[in-house]
Design a protein around this ligand. Structure first.
Ligand SMILES: [Zn+2]
Length: 269
C-alpha cells in the first residue's frame, strides 16, 4: 500500500518535471521571436520611412494613429500663459557614459544613476542622451542644426525627455570626448568614455522650457511622454555638427499635428 503510494507520487513528479521542461523550452523560444520583431527595420526615408512606420510592425500603430505625437512646431505666441500647478526640478551633476551607434542615432547611455528630473516629487532618472540632425522640434517654424534628447524614466516606466537645441557656434567642450569616440557604424563596439560629462555645464544658462505631452519620436512612438524643450540653444562648432551629419545626414521625424494640446512655457529649477 505504502509502496504504491510512493510510485504514484514519483510518476506524478516525473510528469510535472516533463511539463515544466517543455514549458521552459517554449518560453526559451519566445525571446527569439521578439528579437526577430526588433530587427524589423524602420528608417527616416524610403519604404520604411516615417509615413510607413505604422505598417512596419503592429507594435508601431501609435506612429500613425496616435493623437499626441512628437515632434511639434512650437508657436511661441500660442503657448499657454497660465501657471501650471507642477514643480519641475533638475538634479544634474557629472555623469559617465558609454556610446554606441544603434543605426538610427548616436546613443550615450548613462552608467551612473545620480542624475534625475523631479516632477512633483516623482523621480525620473536620466538613462541616456541621443542626437538628431537637423532638430526634430521647431520654434515658430524654424529648425535648428541639431537636437539632443535627454531621456528620463521613473521606476514604473513613466517617461520625460528634455529637448536641447544645438546651433552652429563655438566648439562644445563638454561633448568633445564623445565626439572624438563617435562610432561611425553599428558594427563598432560600445565605447566607454573616460571622463564624466558635466550635464549642468552642458545645458544653457537660461532654463525656460516649452512643456507639453507627446510621444517618442521614433518607433514605437509611445505616447504620454512629458516633453521639456529648452528655449535657448547650446552651441557646437561646424566641424562637430558636420561630423555627426556625415554619419546621420537626416534622422529627424517630420512635425506632427498639435491637435488639442496646450504647450506651456515654464522655467526649470
Ligand atoms: Zn530623440
Amino acid at each position: 500500500m505504502k509502496k504504491n503510494y510512493v510510485i504514484a507520487y514519483l510518476t506524478f513528479a516525473i510528469v510535472l518535471a516533463l511539463v515544466a521542461y517543455y514549458t521552459m523550452d517554449t518560453t526559451e523560444q519566445a525571446p527569439v521571436e521578439s528579437e526577430e520583431q526588433l530587427t524589423v527595420n524602420w528608417s527616416y526615408d524610403g519604404e520604411t520611412g516615417p509615413q510607413q512606420w505604422m505598417d512596419v510592425s503592429a507594435d508601431y500603430a501609435a506612429c500613425g494613429r496616435g493623437e499626441l505625437q512628437s515632434p511639434i512646431n512650437i508657436e511661441v505666441s500660442n503657448t499657454a500663459k497660465e501657471e501650471l500647478d507642477e514643480e519641475v526640478k533638475l538634479n544634474y551633476e557629472k555623469a559617465l557614459f558609454e556610446i554606441e551607434n544603434n543605426g538610427h542615432t548616436i546613443e550615450a547611455n548613462s552608467t551612473t544613476q545620480d542624475n534625475s528630473l523631479m516632477i512633483n516629487d516623482e523621480e525620473y532618472k536620466l538613462t541616456g542622451i541621443h542626437f538628431h540632425s537637423p532638430s526634430e522640434h521647431q520654434i515658430n517654424g524654424q529648425y535648428f542644426d541639431m537636437e539632443a534628447h535627454l531621456f528620463h524614466e521613473t521606476k514604473d516606466g513613466k517617461m520625460a525627455i528634455i529637448g536641447l537645441f544645438i546651433e552652429s557656434g563655438e566648439e562644445n567642450k563638454e561633448l568633445a570626448e564623445m565626439w572624438a569616440n563617435m562610432p561611425k557604424d553599428g558594427a563598432e563596439a560600445v565605447k566607454v568614455l573616460k571622463n564624466p560629462i558635466n550635464l549642468e555645464q552642458l545645458l544653457p544658462e537660461e532654463k525656460n522650457v516649452y512643456q507639453y505631452v507627446g510621444s517618442l519620436t521614433s518607433p514605437p512612438c509611445t505616447e504620454g511622454v512629458n516633453w521639456f524643450v529648452l528655449e535657448q540653444p547650446i552651441e557646437m562648432s561646424n566641424e562637430q555638427i558636420n561630423q555627426f551629419s556625415s554619419i546621420f545626414l537626416q534622422n529627424n521625424r517630420p512635425i506632427q499635428q498639435l491637435n488639442n494640446r496646450d504647450v506651456y512655457k515654464i522655467e526649470l529649477d
